[in-house]
Design a protein around this ligand. Sequence first.
Ligand code: MN
Length: 306
Amino acid sequence: MSFGDNKLGIHALCWVGGWSEAEARKAIEGTARVGYDLIEIPALDPDRIDAALTAKLLQEYGLSATISLGLGPETDLSTGDPDKVERGEALLMKVVAIARDIGATHICGILYSALMKYHEPATEDGLRASVDVLRRVCAEADKSGITIGMEVVNRYETNIANTAAQGVALCEMIGAPNVKVHLDTYHMHIEEADAARAIVETGDRLGYFHLGECHRGYLGSGSIDFPPIFRALAQIDYSGPLVFESFSSEVVDPQLSRILGIWRNLWTDGEDLIGHALDYTRAQVVSAQQTEGLAAPRQRGVLQHG
Ligand code: MN
């Protein structure tokens, strides 16, 4: 596997707000029909996922799956509060079991703290409690060959990992072979001084990648400069999933949409958005492969002779 072989995926919330049988079928059938390889299924509440049904639909349509979530205030490992830590570990272990049962390859998101605006910095004790649990969660996931992605998000969604460098440090603290950094262009646009450089510095510790515009709408319609980002992914030969994430008040997940602050309509025609994202991503991947292929030998030459 190398850059260009990446599985291209889409977040299920581009299609549906819930995961009833009809919704799961609509999202999985649509994702396969448009031409994606992978669907990312949100699991803030894993009880709403019927694993047997989901596994059957994924198989029927030949799709890969991943699962994402953020912890909540009552399951926040980073509080260090014993009851919350226990509930957080139980939630993550339940998600690992579902991921195993549906054959998901990755569990990612804000697994180390709650997905919310904090009003205080993180504490050492809280971080240690979180890391202890995540080590056990990673070990359990590893038995089923599942990669765990620590998503780096902006300051309004966690107080622990806002930059790629903090994501790398968190993964090093956990120290599991299957823990990786999960980056997202939407968050990087807010927090990183240089997104491309952050990707290069993350290097082979990068295991999952979200593509999102600055306003979470159509790729290319906002202020994110995607070409250098894709060239950086080509430079580190990133071969993991590339997953488009977009949210609009057109499709509402009663939990996730509110936490993420999805108050306005960025699009109404999900089908058009979803097809466009795939075309846009493919074009960026091909362009990055070509430009890196042309540039790399000369760059090495400059370094050797300069
Ligand atoms: Mn994301």
